[in-house]
Design a protein around this ligand. Structure first.
Ligand code: ZN
Length: 521
């Protein structure tokens, strides 16, 4: 029984009066310590496992589900509990510490999404975000990501909530049901505790309209009911909308017709989801169009924002598909000057309608962040990164177990066709190193060169779930190695995300500068 040891720990914590530098038991994770009058709570890291330890007045401990418990005695009226990190215990804890529950991002200017596919990156992220003035969205998974990793939304939100307690993060956090498309997916995210919904309106965005000739477009527009044709024409045709600071949006006939025929259906879908889920549950609303085919022009964006506004809907954020390519896990591909011109207008449109721009697939887009920082006029932004945590985890594998890395790369390389339909990316067998050419000396290049990096990035689900003879081939070895080297993983994660936020906050000026600053050791 470890209860007597923990009773001593709790009493030592009470006596220490806030200074825990000389705490005798090194298993007590100091950032997690919470003292509430004469009650004490902390996370213990004994034997490579994490437990919640509760030292509390005996009459209230019934909320917790303990694996071990003992009366403290000596007239204290206290009980000592050791519990697993379960939902029941997290709920009990959050009654005592309300900051454990995810909350709305509303009112925060700078918010940052940190999808944690493996469920063990949030602690490192929170340590990095201390004092940065950026609100973290820790739980952030799409349904596709859940399927590929055999996880559930509840599991994602819970992993994050426990990290919040462990790191003593009292400044607020959010949970994002990312890229949910169908009403049942939205409902699932809400039921799992998400405070933010990112509605992916792809199914209602009619990309095929972009391929029509001007005559076909015109005919299709004029085939709409007369009241619609009149309303849209009166509102948009040949109109210029002044957004201040030299930003304006003008609608030609083609701009108007395309905006209506490509996006109006999605506006109506957003309105439906808003009234059914967002408003009744007081959720943060984001609408994303980044995973569609056609870029969102400033006119398209203005149209979308205005039509939501007409319906009394102000999302918290909206994610346009920006000009250029935001491929997964590599830097931006495209004309940065044009990105800058259009981003400025996208931001002005958002500001005009009272929301912020959201940048998706934000991992590694280091050459656009100095622009985002430069153009920020206090409107703020939301940036989503995800998935590249997985690449930092693979960096750990490459460093401490190059043989496993080589095996995993070889599998990914040879089975790349499995993921080609799901992602837009340029990496291919032809432009990536053959597995037999990878040695201990060049194994790290798999994570720094764009093509093999994309292969490993996009194959994460296949790698984690691949089985032979009913047994996982990589999963258990991968997680065991990562757990043993969590400190190395945390270090890599911090360097990686620090590159992003330093550029966004203007603490570094360029991609090269920030890369040099945080180059992994
Ligand atoms: Zn997205």
């Amino acid at each position: 029984m470890s209860t007597s040891k923990y009773i001593d720990d709790a009493q030592e914590i009470l006596a220490a009066n806030g200074d825990y530098s000389n705490l005798s038991d090194k298993d007590v994770y100091v950032p997690s310590i919470q003292v509430d009058r004469t009650n004490v709570y902390f996370i213990s890291h004994a034997n490579d496992d994490k437990h919640l330890v509760v030292y509390e007045t005996g009459s209230t401990t019934g909320d917790f589900d303990a694996v071990e418990s003992a009366e403290v005695g000596e007239g204290t009226g206290k009980k000592l509990l050791v519990t697993e990190l379960t939902k029941v215990n997290n709920d009990a804890l959050s009654k005592r510490f309300p900051w454990l529950k995810p909350i709305s991002r509303h009112g925060y200017k700078y918010t940052f999404g940190l999808g944690d596919r493996l469920g063990n990156a949030s602690n490192a992220h929170l340590r990095l975000f201390k004092g940065r003035g950026i609100f973290p969205i820790l739980g952030q998974q799409s349904i596709r990501e859940l399927l590929l990793t055999d996880r559930t939304e509840l599991d994602v939100v819970q992993s994050a909530a426990w990290a919040i307690f462990e790191e003593g993060w009292t400044e607020g956090w959010g949970a994002d049901g990312d890229h949910v498309k169908e009403p049942y997916e939205v409902e699932y995210a809400v039921e799992s505790g998400c405070t933010m919904i990112t509605l992916d309106a792809t199914k209602k965005i009619h990309n095929e309209i972009a391929d029509l000739t001007d005559e076909e477009l015109d005919a299709k527009f004029n085939a709409l009911d007369d009241d619609y044709v009149k309303y849209f024409t009166d509102t948009y045709l040949d109109k210029t909308f002044d957004l201040g600071d030299g930003a304006e949006v003008h609608f030609t006939k083609k701009d108007m017709e395309q905006s209506v025929l490509i996006f109006f259906d999605a506006v109506l879908y957003g309105e439906y989801i808003y009234h059914r889920f967002i408003e009744p549950n007081s959720l943060d609303f984001e609408i994303s169009m980044d995973e569609t085919i056609v870029p969102t022009t400033p006119a398209n964006h203005y149209f979308f924002g205005n039509e939501l506004n007409v319906r009394g809907i102000t999302p918290e954020t909206l994610a346009p598909k920006f000009y250029g390519e935001f491929q997964k896990a590599i830097d931006y591909i495209g004309d940065l000057d044009r990105f800058e011109r259009e981003y400025k207008i996208h931001q002005a449109i958002s500001k005009h309608f009272g929301y912020r721009v959201s940048i998706h697939s934000g991992s590694d887009k280091l050459s656009v962040y100095p622009i985002v920082h430069k153009l920020d006029d206090g409107t703020g932004w939301h940036v989503k990164t995800a998935g590249t945590n997985w690449l930092e985890a693979m960096r750990v594998i490459a460093k401490v177990d190059p043989e496993l890395m080589k095996e995993m790369y070889s599998y990914a390389y040879n089975n790349l066709q499995d993921v080609k339909p799901f992602y837009v990316f340029t990496a291919d067998k032809d432009n990536s190193p053959k597995p037999e050419t990878i040695t201990d000396d060049n194994v790290m290049s798999l994570l720094t060169d764009d093509n093999p990096r994309q292969i490993i990035h996009t194959m994460y689900g296949n790698l984690l779930t691949y089985q032979e003879s009913f047994r996982y081939v990589f999963r258990d070895r991968f997680f065991d190695t990562l757990k043993k080297h969590q400190d190395q993983y945390d270090d890599y994660l911090n360097r990686h995300i620090a590159e992003h936020i330093d550029l966004l906050q203007g603490k570094s000026a360029s991609r090269d500068e920030v890369r040099a600053k945080y180059e992994p050791k």
